[in-house]
Structure formats: C-alpha cells, structure tokens
Ligand binder design. Structure first.
Ligand code: HEC
Length: 158
C-alpha cells in the first residue's frame, strides 16, 4: 500500500521533471533565437528586391491636337493625307494654311503651280484635295474685325 503510494509520488515527480526539462529546452531555444535575432535583425525583414527605377517612356505625341495635325498644322479632316502627300513636298504646309480661297480659287492656284512650278497632274486626287481645301480653307466670311465703336477719344495735350 505504502509502496504503491511511493510509486505514485515518484511517477508524479518524474512527470513534473519531464515537463520542467521540456520547459528548459523551449527556453534555451527561445533565448538562442532571440540572440540570433539581436545579432541579425534583418532575418525578419523580407528580402524585398530593390524596386527598379521607373523608366520614363516618352508618350507618343498625339497626331492631332484640337483638330490640328501637329506635324503640319493642317486642320484635321477627310482627305488630309492626300493633301499632305501632294502639297508639302515643295513648300511648307504653311504656304497652304495661310491661304483662303473658294474651290475655284484653289483650283486656280493648283493650275498655276502646274503651269509654272512643275506641280504634277493630281489625277483623280484633285477633286478630293479640292474638297478638303474648299471645306477647311474657305474664305473667312467675317473678314476683317469690325471697327470698334463706343471709344472714348481724348485730346492729346502738348
Ligand atoms: C512641285 C512643287 C509644288 C507642289 C507639289 C505644290 N506646290 Fe504650291 N507652290 C509651289 C511653288 C514653287 C510656289 C510659290 C512659292 C513662293 O512663292 O515662294 C507655291 C505656292 C503655293 C501657294 C501660295 C500661292 C500664292 O498665291 O501665294 C499655295 C496656296 C500653294 N502653293 C498651295 C499648294 C497646294 C494646295 C498644293 C497641293 C495640291 C501645292 N501647293 C503643291 C510649288 C508646289
């Protein structure tokens, strides 16, 4: 009876000892981990690769802005490509865009260039080019700015 009680106590002590040693192991491992971390704190930081600097890619220029073909200054419109192909090889587009004329007026200018400036026969493109020119470079109706009214004139003193 006494023996079995002794055995029981012994078994309990052994069990507690086991728990205690396990605790010591955990503690030692914890301390070791702590020391390692203190010596080398970066182990907990993910190794983030350095970000590549963003390469600035030039955005391609928009071909048109506010209805103007940027490269030539022509107004955006149907048959513009034909006009660019046929009307910008001898002089700048500006020669065209600074002019205003009716369809007949444009036809006259083209004929003049054909007769005197070696402008080639535009063939079936001619009416299309004239369409464009007559539409987008027609004579301006309003013409010159209207004279100012209601001006307060004053006498210059000498
Ligand atoms: C083969 C060459 C050539 C081509 C192509 C050409 N031109 Fe000309 N153009 C000329 C020359 C040369 C002049 C006179 C330039 C000057 O006076 O300095 C001229 C002048 C002009 C002028 C000014 C006329 C004036 O009275 O001031 C206009 C507008 C014009 N061209 C429109 C056009 C158009 C529209 C086209 C396309 C259909 C065209 N050109 C294609 C040679 C050309």
């Amino acid at each position: 009876m006494i023996d079995s009680r002794k055995d029981k106590v012994l078994a309990e002590v052994q069990e507690q000892l086991k728990v205690f040693t396990r605790g010591i192991y955990v503690l030692v491992i914890g301390v070791m981990a702590l020391v390692y971390y203190i010596l080398n704190p970066s182990i907990l930081v993910f190794d983030v690769p350095e970000e590549q600097p963003l390469v600035q890619v030039e955005a391609p220029l928009p071909e048109y802005e506010n209805g103007i073909h940027l490269a030539t200054g022509f107004k955006e419109g149907e048959n513009l490509q034909l006009v660019i192909n046929n009307c910008t090889s001898c002089h700048s587009a500006k020669m065209v865009t600074q002019n205003r004329a009716t369809r007949d007026g444009w036809k006259t200018m083209i004929s003049w260039m054909q007769e005197t400036q070696n402008l080639w026969d535009l063939g079936e493109n001619e009416p299309l080019i004239l369409d464009y020119l007559a539409k987008y470079y027609a004579p301006e109706e309003s013409g010159r700015r209207k004279p100012l009214t209601n001006i307060d004139w004053y006498e210059l003193e000498d």
